[in-house]
Every structure is written in C-alpha cells, then in structure tokens.
Write a protein that binds this ligand. Sequence first.
Ligand SMILES: Cc1cc2nc3c(=O)[nH]c(=O)nc-3n(C[C@H](O)[C@H](O)[C@H](O)COP(=O)(O)OP(=O)(O)OC[C@H]3O[C@@H](n4cnc5c(N)ncnc54)[C@H](O)[C@@H]3O)c2cc1C
Length: 426
Amino acid sequence: MSTPSKFDTIVIGAGPAGSAASAILAEHGLRVLVLEREKFPRYHIGESLLPFTCFPLKRLGLFEKMRHSAFVKKYSVQFVSPSGKASQPFYFSTRYETDVAQTWQVLRSEFDQLLMENARTKGATILEETTVQELIQEDGRTLGVRARKKSGELIEFRAPMTLDCSGREAFVPTRLNWRIREPKLNKVAVWTYYRGALRDAGVDGGATTVAYVPEKGWFWYIPQHNEMISVGVVAEGKYLTREGVREPKEIFIREIGQNQWIKDHLAGGTQVGSYHLTSEYSFRSRYSASEGLLLAGDSFGFLDPVFSSGVMLALKSGTMAADAIQAAFEAQDFSAERFTEYSRVLREGLENMRKLVYAFYDPNFSFRKLTNKYPEMAGPITDCLSGDVNKDFSALYAAVAESAEVPEPLSYGFPLLRNTAEASCA
Ligand SMILES: Cc1cc2nc3c(=O)[nH]c(=O)nc-3n(C[C@H](O)[C@H](O)[C@H](O)COP(=O)(O)OP(=O)(O)OC[C@H]3O[C@@H](n4cnc5c(N)ncnc54)[C@H](O)[C@@H]3O)c2cc1C
C-alpha cells in the first residue's frame, strides 16, 4: 500500500525525541509520519541514561520493558582524579524512590529501535531510509517537506505541523541559518569500545565513571551488556591534538596514560571496532518554532555530554512537543506563539544543566569543595545531575558563583513570532 501524502504532523528523525513525540501524537489520535534517514537498528552515541528518563519512559509505556531488558542497571555516578582516586559514588537512592533511583546504560541501536517500534505500534507511519531534503514553506509558514527515498525518488508530504527531531545535524537550524555555536563549550570527543575490561563489584558495576585528565578534560567509562565498555575522552581540541597528534586512535591511546583508573580498568580488556571522533559541539537554535514548525531534542540544542543529559532532554522535549502540538490541533492554531510555554520549559531545563556544565569546566570549581562548604547543596546537585532540571536552582548557583563563572541564559531559543519575522525582513 502506498503512503498517503497528507498527515497531521511530519516528524523528521526517529531518535529518542522523534520516536517519543510520534508515539504520543499517535496516542492523541493524530496522523503522524516519521521520516528517518537510516535503516534501524543503527549505531548512535549517547548511552548513559539519567534517572529522570523514568518519567517519559513511563509515559511511553516502556518502563516495564526497560526493567526486563538486558541493559546494564545504573545506580550511581562517580568522579575519578587523574591519579586514579575515585570519589564516593553519588547513589541516586540517597534522594529518590526505587523507580527513579536506578536507570540504565543502553546500547543505542537496541534502545532506539525499541522506541521506534513503540511509536509504530501506537500507529505512527515510519519510513526508514528516507532523508528529508527541504521544507515546503509559503509566506513564513511550513506546509510540509520534500524527502528522498533510498531509490532516489523525491516525495512530497504535507501537514499543518512539522517537528524537527533530526539530532545534532539540526536539519531546520542548519537550513534556516538558526544554528548558533557555543564557543566556550567547543570540545572534541574521541571514543571506542572495549570487551572484557574491568567492572567494579556489585551495585557499582553499572556506574558511570567520569575520570579527569589534565586541563579539565575527562573520560567517560560506561559498562554495557555483552561484556562491552564504552569509553571516550572529551577535551579542548588544542589539548587533544597537542604535539601534532591528530589520529583518533593515537589521541585515545595517549590519553589512557593520563588517568591511572582508566589505564588500570582497560588493561585486561580488548579494544573492539573503530575509533570515533566528533568536534561538532554545543549549540542552540536561534528559534524553537515558527508557524507550523517546532524543534525538539538535539536539533533545538545540544549541550556538552558530561552529565549525560541528552537522551533525557530528547525524550522529555519529544513528549512535551507532542502535547503542545495536540493542543495546537484542538485550537486549530499553528502559530509560533502557541509554543511559547513549551520553549520556556525547554530553555529552563537546558539553562540549569548548562550552568553546571560551565562549572565543571571551570578550573576553580570542584564538587567536593562546594559540598564541603555547603553540605546542603549535595541535594540540588544530585537533582540536576539526575535530570530533575525544571526547578529553582538559584541557591545552588549563588553558591557556585563564589568559585566559578555562572553564565547568563542565552538570549535566544524562543519562537519566531510573526512581527519579529516581519521586523527582521524590513
Ligand atoms: C560524544 C557524545 C557522548 C554522548 N553521551 C551521552 C550520554 O552518555 N547520555 C546521553 O543521554 N546523551 C549523550 N549524548 C547526547 C545524545 O547522543 C543525544 O542527546 C541524543 O541522541 C539526542 O536525541 P535526538 O532524538 O534529539 O537525536 P538523535 O538521537 O541524533 O536522532 C536523530 C535522528 O534523525 C535522523 N535524521 C537526521 N537528519 C535527518 C534527515 N534530514 N532526514 C531524516 N532523518 C534524519 C538521524 O538518522 C537520527 O536517527 C552524547 C553525545 C555525544 C556527541
């Protein structure tokens, strides 16, 4: 049967944001088309979940499936100094009930397939190997998209709403020149996988470890199922490429020597597959929405991954976007203004996390020093690190500001209102 060309909403991308949004939109009874460039299961980075993914996963009806999955259970995060000294792990159970106190380390190929199949089961039409090429716009209003199938055929789809969930490639911000990079968080990441490397004992076996290298660079060490460990290093490009070393493998192997804990843990394992590199780092979109068009997940904003916030924010923004679109259908109003509250909540969460990311990279800041001086700040820090990002953290950031730069919120990322568009065209 051929795919119809008219829908209520077109979703670009079937990552966590796109699949979450399309599942909820379908549940709302809307006709949803998801266009995904890849054939699933496909590889993706972003493997450590935060405790607060619990809520979107419950909303999507996937929490029980996750509980019975093979994914490694994550109960804590720990920080390790370059000399190899590990902090006391931050156990989520010190602050939350059971369902939130444990989350997972996932293989994204499997996790994203689960999310996508869930959307399909709920009624979304999903076309894989179909790449969105351009937006169809008229008088500032988005009417649909043109996409290319694997066969090369160009097809056109129309809908009152288009939702961009295309990830860090940021289809809409790139095409409309809305993508603004954040120079202070301009890092490079190099990563690979090890089989059979050391895992800590018992409940700590699934912990995320953040292990420092000099100049505020850091390793992630994420235990996965099938005996695999995901391990990567993130730092300023000029640090990682010092002395002219540019090959990802050479960079990675040299950096192992910069942290004794990483060196010891990898010693008994075998490196598997290729070395990955990315230098496309933190950015935010100038706008979150325009008439008939909305952004969710990384496409709206990508934040440095040090606190593993990306998938939680993608699932949360995907579900929020679906509810905002449903409300737009009820009102038969697809103007950008409709998405003002959605954008406020999204920006608030990103800004709260961004402040902690800035502190992490500030040479004068340390979690230990802060909690020694203000023990009562351990709670708000755990909340932010767990993904409970939409709350008032002003006391925490007043304390952080004593030792580190706390950035002002970015001045953009709001809906593109009609009068703004007209003013900027004048
Ligand atoms: C080095 C690194 C480490 C990270 N570690 C973590 C971590 O530990 N934990 C965490 O939570 N997050 C982590 N992240 C972030 C995480 O990867 C993202 O935040 C998350 O994948 C965002 O989900 P999304 O649905 O917005 O986009 P994506 O997961 O990127 O999905 C976008 C989808 O859109 C498709 N697409 C793109 N363009 C088109 C097009 N034109 N037409 C059709 N389809 C298209 C893509 O194929 C893709 O399937 C990390 C990121 C990096 C770079």
